[in-house]
Design a protein around this ligand. Sequence first.
Ligand SMILES: [Mg+2]
Length: 151
Amino acid sequence: MTVIEPEGSWNEMDNKDKESFRGYMKRLAKDSDGPETHATRKKTTMSEYQLESRTHAIYHVEDSVIYPALGLAGEAGEVAGKVSKIMRDSDGSLTEELREDLGKELGDVLWFVAQLASDLSLNLGEIARGNLRKLDDRSERGVLGGSGDDR
Ligand SMILES: [Mg+2]
């Protein structure tokens, strides 16, 4: 499959990510209690998640954009599938176990969103803030309901 790389190549973005990530980990290592880990950190920003999640991206450069886009659709389907099985098998009752399973699937969705953003040289934190600004604006104008991306 031929993929047209987005402006700012995947390789360029990847190296920048790695450089930023190394700097981030050095800053964490200066903490008196030692570096934080995923398990001990209380909060993770969207940008931190984007950088750290990138270290687990092992797909080929030529598959950038396409691979995470397909993976995102697949994981969104897994979320929908689990919700449908709650309706079919559990009479719509959400148990704690099913709730936790859905949380894990949402994490998979988030991972692919982050990789897709990185492949497109977009910052996940900026995407999140931009989305909130858009919703705030729609709310102020009373157009949260309805349809159309540009309303
Ligand atoms: Mg999954």
